[in-house]
Design a protein. Structure first.
Length: 240
């Protein structure tokens, strides 16, 4: 039986595991940052590998036949490690990349390259910001005076931010709910990574409906090919 390692933590990774298991022996690797991840078919491991060399050793120890890198579009480091480890081990690797969000005519996007650049220009866009960048990135906005933040997290956490409120939630979210959330908290700017995908797109649509600017952090360069953009295409590659 083919043994597949999925570098996961995304909806696309979960969909792929569901498509190929149990016909394929699946191991899904998670970063371990979520306290209660959703249940997945096959085996699940959590935590890092110790760089490209550690991942290569894991591939050998577990007799992995194929690897699908289905990590978040901003997880550039693990994608680079996956490419290096698979090249060194001679193991086929595929990148399952989430399609980016389309920019529509009514969207008011301000695109920047990183969190530091986003923090620098946020003051000029609004005073009540919805931060949808993940808990590890909110610190970049801690030193901005006169701001109020609404932050969405998967689990409660104390944040080193100016006045703020934390709301808990896991996508997918609806446009009506996102519009209500932004309106009730009088949000005047949305800050987000250009993550793509359907699960969190509703906040982009809600911002468009409300005429709000969206401060968008661009993605890093994509992983090396081969690349597909859907779980079905990745499943075909795995079983092909």
């Amino acid at each position: 039986m083919t043994r597949l390692l999925i570098l996961g933590g995304t909806a696309e990774a979960a969909a792929l595991a569901g498509l190929v298991a149990p016909a394929i022996d699946v191991i899904t690797s998670l970063a371990g940052r979520t306290a209660a991840p959703a249940r997945l078919p096959g085996r699940v491991r959590a935590g890092g590998f110790g760089g490209a060399d550690g991942l290569a050793e894991f591939l050998r120890a577990e007799a992995i036949d194929r690897v699908v890198d289905a990590t978040h579009p901003f997880a550039a480091r693990i994608s680079a490690h996956a490419e290096a480890a698979c090249t060194a081990s001679g193991i086929p690797r595929l990148a399952l990349v989430r399609p980016p969000w389309p920019r529509l005519a009514a969207d008011r996007w301000v695109e920047v390259d990183n969190m530091a650049a986003a923090a620098e220009c946020l003051e000029g866009l609004g005073r009540r910001a919805f931060l949808a960048v993940g808990r590890q990135e909110v610190g970049a906005f801690a030193a901005i005076p006169g701001m109020w933040f609404l932050v969405r997290l998967l689990a409660p956490e104390m944040l080193q931010l100016p006045p703020h409120r934390v709301v808990l939630g896991r996508g997918p979210f609806g446009v009506e709910d996102e519009t209500r959330l932004l309106s009730e908290h009088r949000i005047d700017v949305v800050v987000t990574k250009a993550s793509g995908g359907e699960a969190t797109y509703a906040k982009i649509a809600a911002a468009r409906e409300l005429g709000l600017p969206v401060l968008m952090i661009r993605r890093p360069p994509p992983p090396a090919p081969p690349i597909v953009t859907g779980a079905a295409a990745a499943a075909a590659w795995v079983v092909g």
